[in-house]
Design a binder for this molecule. Structure first.
Ligand code: KE4
Length: 411
């Protein structure tokens, strides 16, 4: 297998050393094949927000297994999860399930082009919307982690329609609309960035994009594959009170099984085949196992106090890490929103990808390795975010901060 992994970021290329090989996971913890236990802040990149292998999710899956694994035909479970997503996410009136965030972002791009009959799209430097050709332009996540120029194999003809601007730079977006009048189908972004490290929207940025897209007849797409049901039950759009035209989802709504989704305004979604002419399909889309895991996960997240707890423990962690960095003379900046956090080894502030690239990735690598040796599993890249779960306890946070104190003292 190329690089010995099924996804590049797992190879630890940017933090050095060998990746650990997981044997099993439970709650806030993971165990490697040598029996070492770690407190996990990756949470399989987001899905494990209720804790890994939650007993109620496992039980629901075991029951569903008895009825088969995939139907390739309508099943009531799709409607149950669809209704939960529609009820939760302000922009979503209709939704289509797919099998990954990449598929969701590919489909939503085709949809905005079909609806507006325009071909250009604006994305932001450092944002990652999966690995489809048209998004591999100044992308974040593994592309940034590996310091790759835009990927070979992506035709110029495809990326020539992908325009980019610095995150948080409304003037740059306005200029792109002025330079490409009537040609831009839409703007897609991570409403809180997790793929260039953790970067929050400046005050007025999301509102500004909402206004600019309306002014120029373009659509606004929030890629909430990472932030959906994490920043709030209704995602970043609920948290910030800005409603896009369309939203992509993934990760959490699959509860650890492969699910992605795109949804939004009924007049736009009605274009999707077979209701309308825009084609998109998938053998395993909406399969009963994945729907079951997603339904149970969202049910668990509806418990009162869930997001208050996640915000409390994640704030303790983020504030603690920054305080320790200061105490140990390590320049750092960062923060958290709900169960998502990040820290850069640079003075900051970090408003965009250019700022993020000033971070000391070599120091991050040494920090990552030191924490791993002390049983703390952080995302293996400076250009990723961290994730907590309902299973993380204050004792876990305290243990993590103690390890950070040891490691940062020696950085
Ligand atoms: P997937 O195709 O990996 O399910 O989703 C792509 C995607 C789309 N949009 C956003 C905002 C995302 O964060 C992602 C995937 N996130 C990465 C982690 N940064 C997945 C981890 C990986 O690539 O191995």
């Amino acid at each position: 297998m190329p690089g010995g992994v099924s996804s590049p970021v797992r190879a630890f290329k940017s933090v050095g050393g060998q990746p650990i090989v997981f044997d099993h996971v439970k709650g806030a913890y993971v165990w490697d094949v040598d029996g070492n236990q770690y407190i996990d802040y990756v949470g399989t990149w987001g899905p494990a927000i209720c804790g890994h292998a939650h007993p109620e999710v496992i039980a629901a899956l075991q029951a569903a297994l008895e009825k088969g694994t995939s139907f390739g035909a309508p099943c009531a479970l799709e409607n149950v999860l669809a209704e939960m997503v529609i009820a939760a996410v302000p922009s979503i009136e209709m939704v289509r399930f797919v099998n990954s965030g990449t598929e969701a972002c590919m489909a939503v791009l085709r949809l905005i082009r079909a609806f507006t009959k325009r071909e250009k799209v604006i994305k932001f430097e450092g944002c990652y919307h999966g690995h489809a050709d048209m998004f591999l332009v100044k992308a974040g996540s593994g592309v940034a982690t590996l310091g790759l120029p835009d990927s070979p194999g992506v035709p110029k003809s495809v990326t020539s329609n992908t325009l980019t601007a610095p995150y948080n730079d409304l003037e740059a977006v306005k200029a792109l609309f002025e330079e490409n009048p009537e040609e831009i189908a839409g703007v897609i972004l991570e409403p809180v960035v997790g793929n260039a490290g953790f970067i929050t929207p400046d005050a007025g940025f999301l509102e500004g994009l909402r206004e600019l897209t309306q002014e120029y007849g373009a659509l606004l797409v929030f890629d909430e594959v990472m932030t959906g049901f994490r920043i709030a039950y209704g995602g970043a759009q609920e948290k910030f009170g800005i409603t896009p035209d369309l939203t992509t989802l993934g990760k959490i709504i699959g509860g650890g099984l492969p699910v992605g989704a795109y949804g939004g305004r009924r007049d736009i979604m009605s274009m999707v085949a077979p209701a309308g002419p825009m084609y998109q399909a998938g053998t395993l889309s909406g399969n009963p196992l994945a729907m079951t895991a997603g339904i149970k996960t969202l049910e668990l997240l509806q418990k009162p106090g869930t997001y208050e707890y996640l915000d409390k423990i994640t704030k303790q962690l983020a504030d603690g890490l920054l305080a320790i960095a200061k105490e140990t003379d390590n320049e750092a900046c960062g923060g958290q929103i709900s169960a998502m956090f990040g820290m850069f080894f640079c003075p900051g502030p970090v408003h965009n990808y250019e700022d993020a690239k000033k971070a000391d990735t070599n120091k991050f690598g040494r920090f990552h390795r030191g924490m791993l040796e002390r049983g703390i599993y952080l995302a293996p890249s400076q250009f990723e975010a961290g994730f907590t779960s309902c299973a993380h306890t204050e004792a876990d946070i305290e243990k993590t901060l103690q390890a950070a104190r040891d490691v940062m003292s020696s950085l």
